[in-house]
Design a protein around this ligand. Structure first.
Ligand code: UD1
Ligand code: CA
Length: 461
């Protein structure tokens, strides 16, 4: 079968978002809405993808520079028809075009493919993807004569009678390239918005005796356009449900799926149980048999099998099999936790590796450290990694034991099997199997209480 070029219109102002960010960069399930549209076009096997950019063109191009798409600029936003016109050079040589709008992230590749098959089979000048909406407000209405589409009327330009039509224009079309560009030349901007509407090519093609057909889809979710933040949140809800349902079908338990946020590319293994209020973002991978209890946020991290995490924050980190994290741990970027490690409550770790079987059970800060296997870090131990100018590294070797409330002033190394007495502030390395004590020695002043009493109260008691 012949192929097609996809043109995605993404230059619009997005005024209704009331945002400093270009509309198509607003995210749905972790990725910009334009990303989802590009992704669907790719999966539908577009030969080439052209994106028309305008508002925030620099930012949009930067966000998608590695996606293998071509950009064309619509310097001034004069409407969807004018936007497509900007792609004329870029699409030269392709017989069929599929036009998509950048603000419809829910569109499925399969729907694009079916539209294309229909178009190729029937060979009209244009096929419009339509849908029946209970509430068609804001969408262009499809004006039909039996099978044929004779016009698309925008909400703002529609008569009262036309507003009653429930069949809407999704904003996805398949065009014969030559015919659409020749019709576009004739589009005028004498409408309520003063714009060159792409939708007007339908009437123009009809007037030239060309055929325009509708390809109607059942699933209204897919063709929701996003113009404001209410619609953005609805799209998030729909896509979120799909993502979580797909995971559930692969054997992941969600106790309360509605309360969880799981980004599109997250992977989770079988028999992992996700409790309410868990947020899993970015390129995160979670293994099998894990338990994740809310309120936990995991971002761009890799979690092994049989891991238990509760009420913790984990970003750009790696956690080995059988580890137990939290409640209330904060694992910052660059943390690598090996197998069977225990990280307890109120522990903050950054840019550090923690060896197998090590325990950091309570109230510690560990920064820029390399900790070996089976080390015990007592409650309240602080790794003093910053001198006000630079960060320094701490090394704690296997089986070392760091007593409670110690400060390890980096750079410093505690050798294998060494002990550090509680309350020490260490500035020197500790040799293997030695005990380091670095605190004022205790003195007991016998009879002190009685002497003091005499001083203030006089006489014996
Ligand atoms: C558009 C359709 C409407 C359809 C609806 C579906 C037109 C005239 N109307 O209305 O029939 O029911 O989408 O969601 O096409 N854009 C540009 N350059 C511009 C203007 C817009 O690239 O000058 C892009 C926008 O970035 C957006 C898309 O085109 O991705 C649609 O524009 P938008 O303003 O959202 O159109 P709607 O009013 O929603
Ligand atoms: Ca829109």
């Amino acid at each position: 079968m012949a192929g097609f070029t996809a043109v995605i219109l993404a230059a619009g102002e997005g005024t209704r978002m009331k945002s400093g960010i270009p509309k198509v960069l607003h995210k749905v399930c972790g990725y910009p809405m334009l990303f989802h549209v590009i992704n669907s076009a790719k999966k539908a096997k577009a030969d080439k993808i052209v994106v028309v950019v305008g508002k925030g063109a620099g930012e949009v191009k930067k966000a998608f520079q590695d996606e293998g798409v071509e950009f064309v600029l619509q310097a001034e936003q004069k409407g969807t028809g004018h936007a497509l016109l900007q792609a004329k050079e870029a699409v030269k040589g392709s017989e069929n075009l599929i036009v998509l709008y950048g603000d419809m992230p829910l569109i499925e590749p399969d729907t694009i493919e079916r539209l294309f098959e229909f178009h190729i089979e029937r060979q009209p000048a244009a096929t419009v993807l339509t849908c029946i909406f209970d509430n068609p407000y804001g969408y262009g209405r499809i004006i039909r004569e039996n099978e044929k589409v004779i016009a698309i009327r925008e909400e703002k330009d529609a008569s009262e009678e036309e507003k009653l039509i429930k069949e809407i224009n999704s904003g996805i079309y398949c065009f014969n390239t030559e015919k659409v560009f020749s019709a576009l030349k004739k589009v005028r901007n004498d409408n309520r918005q003063g714009e060159y509407y792409l939708t007007d090519v339908v009437e123009i093609l009809n007037s030239e005796g060309e055929e325009v057909l509708a390809f109607k889809v059942e699933n209204s979710d897919e063709v929701q356009g996003i113009n404001d933040r209410v619609q953005l949140s609805k799209a998030q809800t729909i896509m979120q449900r799909k993502i979580i349902e797909a995971l559930m079908k692969e054997g992941v338990t969600f106790i309360n799926p509605e309360s969880c946020v799981v980004d599109m590319r997250v992977k989770i293994g079988r028999d992992t149980v996700i409790y309410p209020n868990v947020v899993i973002e970015g390129e995160t991978e979670i293994g099998e048999n894990c338990t994740i209890v809310g309120n936990t946020v995991i971002r761009n991290s890799k979690i092994g099998n049989n891991v238990e995490i509760s009420a913790s924050f984990i970003a750009e980190s790696e956690i080995g099999d059988g580890a137990k994290i939290g409640p209330f741990a904060n694992l910052r970027p660059g943390t690598k936790i090996c197998k069977n490690v225990k990280i307890g409550d109120f522990v903050e770790i950054k840019n550090s590796s923690i060896g197998e079987g090590t325990k950091v059970p309570h109230l510690s800060y560990i920064g820029d450290a390399e900790i070996g296997e089976k080390v015990n870090i007592g409650a309240g131990v602080i790794f003093v990694n910053y001198d006000g100018y630079k960060k320094h590294k701490t090394v704690v070797k296997d089986k070392a034991f760091i007593g409670c409330n110690s400060n390890l002033i980096a750079p410093i190394t505690v050798e294998e099997g060494a002990y550090v007495a509680a309350g020490s502030t260490l500035t020197k390395d500790v040799p293997s199997k030695a005990l380091a004590i670095a605190r004022a020695m205790q003195e007991n002043k016998l009879g002190w209480v009685e002497k003091r009493k005499k001083l203030f109260e006089g006489g014996e008691n």
